[in-house]
Design a protein around this ligand. Structure first.
Ligand code: ATP
Ligand code: MG
Length: 423
């Protein structure tokens, strides 16, 4: 036997049964996006490496160690997208989307790629859906973005077991102030910090706040808080966001240590976490990124966005409130007799053309085996067709749930089933 090829480490096959859960989730996401007036965007899966280096930031985990980069025939360095904010912003700039409307509300879904250590809830190819609102600097846009994800959680029925953590890292002026305050606080303990944090002390001290190293965690507990360093404009913006969340009954917890891993954030940042997950408990992360568009060569346009990991979200859903899916198969046609086998395809073709989801056996198996297959596929109806039925132009239509059975003429099969299914 030829040797089997195994899938690459850290990626998943989503098989049909599981795909039903994905489709149910995607259906909800799409509906909620429509309700909030977000339009879908589908940027490419790979981009120039430079986009992520500049757009996500050289100092981030993603760019410094997680990217799948390769060069193509023209020797340009390309990268499989590790996230989509940079790609959406590139697309926004390149396609002059601001000319269509000064506020662009966009959503996306698709696979992302990061070379991380695979474990439950952490993969090398994983899926995200996300949303970006580009154009408005105002707190109502922040509140709308958060409400948008909260609405999806509500539709999934899991909003009560999810925590919204929120913080503000303010504008540039506030962050500069805080940076100094934090460095001043940490300086006497510099040698106690982890190696990574020592490196970040100059380049990006805020990231020390979300270090996972126990020593660092102990130290930063008593560090000054960003909130206390916000200038008036930043503090007002943040307070208004919180006020609007309260008005919309969206519970939140302020988390002074939340800084998020990406370099591009300003003002409001947030994360949704679930206690139904283990260590990988973040199901959504986002924030405002007022400087990114300018940094990527566009105009000075403010924006805010978030992204949610579908595999993790489905782990929570699975644990707490599995999504309702149905088999989708309306009818299984059971065929008896050699002659009938060659006549059945035309019949089922007509029913399918009329919009019925139906199937039949192509292995020429016994009645019993066909019945078993209909059962396995959870068909709502079976139609039994033998020589005698064929001569009379009917099938024995059996409702799998009630067991009721009646002879129905070929022409009436579709209408009979459709009527029954709609009632
Ligand atoms: P984490 O802290 O768990 O590494 P992150 O801050 O790197 O998350 P983001 O870049 O903000 O994550 O991505 C948004 C969401 O995408 C996360 O909240 C998570 O649900 C999901 N996600 C991120 N990385 C992975 C991964 N490797 N596998 C599966 N899902 C992921
Ligand atoms: Mg990460």
């Amino acid at each position: 036997m030829a040797q089997k090829v195994q899938r690459v480490k850290g990626v998943n096959d989503i098989l049909p049964l599981e795909a039903k859960q994905w489709q149910a989730l995607e259906h909800i996401v799409k509906q909620v996006m429509d309700r909030y007036a977000f339009g879908e965007i589908r940027p490419p899966i790979f981009e120039k490496t430079e986009l992520f280096a500049r757009g996500v930031g050289e100092d981030t985990d993603i760019v410094s160690k997680e990217m799948y980069s390769f060069s193509d025939m023209s020797k340009s360095s390309l990268t499989l997208r590790p996230e989509l904010t940079a790609g959406v912003v590139r697309s926004y700039i390149q396609n002059n989307l601001q000319q269509i409307s000064p506020v662009q509300k966009l959503w996306y879904e698709g696979p992302m790629f990061r070379q991380e250590r695979p474990q439950k809830g952490r993969y090398r190819q994983f899926w995200q859906f996300g949303a970006e609102a580009i154009g408005s600097p105002n707190p109502e846009q922040d509140a709308e973005m958060i409400a948008l994800f909260y609405a999806i959680l509500k539709e999934l029925g899991i909003e009560k077991s999810v925590t919204l953590k929120i913080n503000s890292i303010g504008d540039g002026e506030s962050r500069a102030l805080y940076r100094s305050a934090l460095q001043e606080f940490l300086r006497p303990h510099l040698s106690l910090l982890s190696e990574t944090s020592q490196k970040r002390f100059e380049s990006n001290p805020l990231r020390i706040l979300d270090s996972k190293a126990p020593n660092d965690k102990d130290l930063v507990k008593d560090a000054p808080k960003i909130r206390e360093c916000l200038n008036d404009a930043s503090a007002t913006h943040y307070a208004e966001v919180l006020k609007m969340l309260e008005a919309m009954d969206i519970p939140y917890v302020q988390d002074d240590l939340l800084v998020r891993g990406l370099d591009y954030y300003t003002h409001t940042i947030f994360e949704f976490t679930s206690n139904a997950l283990g260590a990988q408990d973040a199901i959504c992360g986002g924030g405002r990124y007022n400087d990114l568009i300018k940094e990527l060569g566009g105009q000075d346009v403010p924006a805010i966005g978030w992204a949610s990991g579908i595999e993790r979200l489905l782990l929570v859903v699975d644990e707490l409130q599995p999504l309702k899916t149905d088999s989708g198969l309306d009818l299984f046609l059971i065929v008896q007799g050699e002659d009938i086998r060659v006549k059945a395809p035309k019949l089922i073709h007509e029913w399918r053309s009329a919009g019925l989801n139906c199937d039949l056996d192509t292995l020429r198996r016994s009645m019993k085996a066909q019945m078993r297959e209909a059962n396995r596929q959870e068909a709502r109806y079976v139609a039994i067709l033998g020589e005698e039925e064929f001569d009379q132009g009917v099938v024995q239509l059996k409702n799998f749930e009630t067991g009721e059975q009646e002879a129905v003429s070929f022409n009436d099969v579709v209408s009979t089933i459709k009527k029954a299914l709609s009632s």
